[in-house]
Design a protein around this ligand. Structure first.
Ligand code: RIB
Length: 322
């Protein structure tokens, strides 16, 4: 089955993202250095990033109205990150400035195969928070709240609880992965995990689609209605009450995989918020991620909705045995 028809499109939905904002220092290297090795890199560049910021930009470039909640330092990086979001039409009024912390930084090493290794210094992201009144105002009438794990867990939980109270769906992307309290799972409407996160949180091995479906069933049994497990070049597995499906990825020339997961997550949320089915939304997310990996950098490589719709169609998806 394929989902090329986009005539289910409706008015721009509103999405709230609570998450990190980092200035990425992107180093191109021939390979990851070993312990004790000094390596000559190919280039260095600064690029707007952070999982929260990247997902907000992906939602906005897919046509959603986006509000960002996060925290930056009172420095040039913070100002540059705010301006980058505003250039995409993102509402940044709920991005706080913490004057005694630097803006978050990520050291991103990209090797010749396009694979990355990332170290994040949280800085001001550790102060990301919003009051109950701010959360209620932002989440009332919003289609989705997007949460990742680069900002404080207690704040994410509070936001998820408020979202539940006001009828806003929660998309959780537990990255970087750490333990999730059992009470949290039923607050999640849509879970997006990569193979490493799926394995860590389910306790099962996740290397191929059937294993991804088994892990997704564990999350479904914990109370999450919709699960997407991404598998890099092997595509992704979607699971909901209708069973498990494997969505292959298109062939692509990989330059840099940074923000591919964020691009998929943002596009998926924007399409689900428009009323797309999980398979339609995931098809769009996979196509967006395929375009993202062909360019260097995080927000600089996230495609527009038009670019995605003019790219190669998503490969045909298949049902997996239950
Ligand atoms: O997911 C990619 C992002 O992870 C980078 O932009 C970096 O800032 C880290 O947060």
């Amino acid at each position: 089955m394929s989902d090329d028809s986009m005539d289910w499109m409706q008015d721009a939905p509103r999405i709230v993202v609570l998450g990190s904002l980092n200035m990425d220092l992107v180093l191109r290297v021939p390979h990851a250095p070993d312990a004790g090795e000094t390596l000559m890199g190919r280039s260095i560049a600064r690029s707007a990033g952070g999982k929260g910021g990247n997902q907000a930009v992906s939602c906005a470039r897919q046509g959603a109205a986006v509000q960002m909640m996060g925290c930056i330092g009172a420095d040039a990086d913070g100002r540059a990150l705010r301006e980058a979001l505003e250039q995409d039409g993102i509402d940044t009024r709920a991005v706080r400035v913490q004057s005694d912390e630097p803006t978050g930084t990520a050291l991103v090493m990209v090797d010749d195969a396009g694979q990355n290794r990332i170290v994040v210094i949280a800085g001001a992201n550790a102060q990301a928070r919003a009051s109950e009144a701010e959360l209620t105002a932002a989440l009332t009438g919003a289609a989705f709240l997007l949460i990742q794990f680069e900002t404080p867990m207690a704040e994410a939980v509070r936001a998820m609880q408020v979202a539940r109270q006001v009828g806003c769906r929660v998309l959780m992307n537990p990255s970087p992965v750490h333990a999730v309290d059992d009470a949290l799972w039923p607050l999640v409407d849509t879970l997006v995990v990569n193979e490493v996160e799926a394995a860590e949180l389910s306790g099962l091995p996740v290397r191929q689609p059937l294993q991804a479906a088994a892990a997704a069933r564990v999350f479904h049994d914990r109370g999450v209605p919709r699960i997407v497990v991404t598998l890099g070049h092997a595509g992704a597995v979607a699971l909901d009450a209708d069973g498990a499906r494997h969505h292959p990825a298109p062939r692509m020339d990989v330059v840099d995989t940074t923000a591919a997961g964020d691009t998929l997550t943002g596009a998926l949320a924007a399409e689900l918020a428009r009323g797309a089915t999980l398979d339609q939304a995931l098809g769009q997310g996979i196509r967006a991620a395929a375009l993202c990996v062909m360019q260097l950098g995080a927000q600089s490589s996230i495609p527009s909705r038009d670019a995605v719709l003019h790219s190669a169609p998503a490969p045909i998806w298949t049902r997996l045995p239950s």
